[in-house]
Write a protein that binds this ligand. Sequence first.
Ligand code: HEM
Length: 329
Amino acid sequence: MDDPRHARQRGIVGRSFTPRRLQGVLDSVETICSEVIDGMCEQGEVDLVEAISQPFPLLVICDMMGIPRSEFQTVLDATNVILGAGDPDMLGGEEDIVAALFGAGIALTELMNEIAEDRRVNPQDDLTSALVHNTVGDEMLAPHEIAPFFILLAVAGNDTTRTATSIGMHLLGQNPDQRKIWQDDLEGVTPTAVDEIVRVASPVTFMRRTVTRDLELSGEQLSEGDKMILFYGAANRDPRVFADPERFDVRRDPNPHVGFGGPGPHFCLGAHLARRELSVIFRQLLTRLPDIEVAGDPVHLQAIGVPLVGGVKHLPVRFTPTKPLAATR
Ligand code: HEM
């Protein structure tokens, strides 16, 4: 979406998305993560994607929007179709990709319309209530804008964190020295380690831009109206910016990566939340399951062309089983 539509929507949504407004969500991240680990910590060997990377960010987004847990599977299936449509495993038996995409869009739209309708009458402490009760007039999302915004959030804020979690764990398996540095000083190293995971993983593969005026860029002549693609993973390995860019360095500082987008109007709205999610997940995993290790190769999502998100479908891990925290409280 471009200006002026983008600036208007981002202005409205951004007000409900400040660190202060998000405080409740940020606090609940710790509890949700603990619950998710409780659900798998006795098993000793799991698929990290199914057990953690997938449910955790989705539960955070659903709680944030006020979507009941009973609808979790609907949201999970629909977002899997929207981002993984090139992979037959993600289509839930539907062979026609267009029909599957259409069905997923309708399922999320119906769910969100129902919840928005309810919150108009019964406001709660969630983002949906904030969005439908924002100040009046032009400054409010129109009813038909709520569901598309939720779809954007569910897609943008879910698969990205999922990919970063899975690739982060894989990177720790490949770099035992870096894992030791992190595990020996969890509090001190987590902030830089999380950003390094986002740099190396670059979960969003690309975005497209339209050139708004003629210009020369790195020796290429571009004309107004040209379409160009930003490849975040390439920018994040630019040797002019990053020393030894292929190296995974959990203490890399400064780390001016563009994994959350470059500076500008489209910079990731959820960067603050994503950093919190990744910090909590790795801190809890490395504390509660300190010997967790990758037990096989990651399986990547199949894609048609270049996928928007470089998803990981499966990542086997093993660890010494431990009791759930809820059971010991
Ligand atoms: C590791 C996790 C994440 C990564 C790597 C990531 C990355 C990105 C990137 C690269 C963009 C595009 C920026 C551009 O066009 O230049 C973006 C946009 C966006 N992200 Fe994230 N994101 C993450 C997590 C989240 C979360 C948790 C949320 C929300 C809950 C979120 C919400 C959004 C939204 C709404 C946009 C669109 C912003 C706009 O166009 O104005 N993201 N993100």
